[in-house]
Design a protein around this ligand. Sequence first.
Ligand SMILES: [Zn+2]
Ligand SMILES: [Zn+2]
Length: 259
Amino acid sequence: MRYHIDTIPVWDAMKLDGECFLCALKRKTEIGEVEHYLGASVMEPDTRIQVNTKGFCCNHQRMLYALDNRLGHALLLESHVAETRERLEKACKSIKAAAKGASGASLLDKLTGKAPSVNKLMEDAAAALEQLTDTCIICDSINENMGRYLHTFFHLYQNDSEFRKKFESCKGMCIPHAAELLRVAAAELPARALPEFAATICNLETEAFDRMQEDVSWFCRKFDYRYYDEPWKNSRDAVERTVNKLRGWCVGTEPNPKE
Ligand SMILES: [Zn+2]
Ligand SMILES: [Zn+2]
């Protein structure tokens, strides 16, 4: 098998036997990225430029904030906000022009359909503002990494029979990642391999949902006094696992063990 640098993390994530190996990979990448931006390492100049342009989304601002390095966070913000201030200046020009256009079109232009609609103009004005903060360098980097991991996954699926066996007996994936696997499969697998792959995904997901359903029902029942003395079985973390299966990992124990 051709050596591939991403083979190890993909195998490691699969070996965790968790609810979604792709969520484990994504979370590992995410934590690494967040720590990188607030870490001691000096940022490369071109990364710095990208941080200034793209900034960080709400979710990743929250993770940066949670690392309790207020000065590091402020330094990231300082140059990003300076650049955003400049872009705001330009956006304001187009916002004002659009609003003026919305109020100033002549009745004749409006009647003949020559004037752009007020809705469209104000939509453009709102978009000019939104575009200032609709990018995130960490989200972009996660997507890039996940693209590589997915490519490696299909490489292993086709060339490493042990990996394939492990995948076919795993606990399934979260719904968003199962969908992603199907989408990427079209480009990564020969058409004749698609029926078997799709059937595997469907089997894994339906089995996983049977299990979730049983666990979450048992969890609810445990709050009924008649079941007080019954064992918890596999239901103690049923809420967390069910949420994570439905939407991708977002609550409960981290998908990767502490290093
Ligand atoms: Zn997932
Ligand atoms: Zn983000």
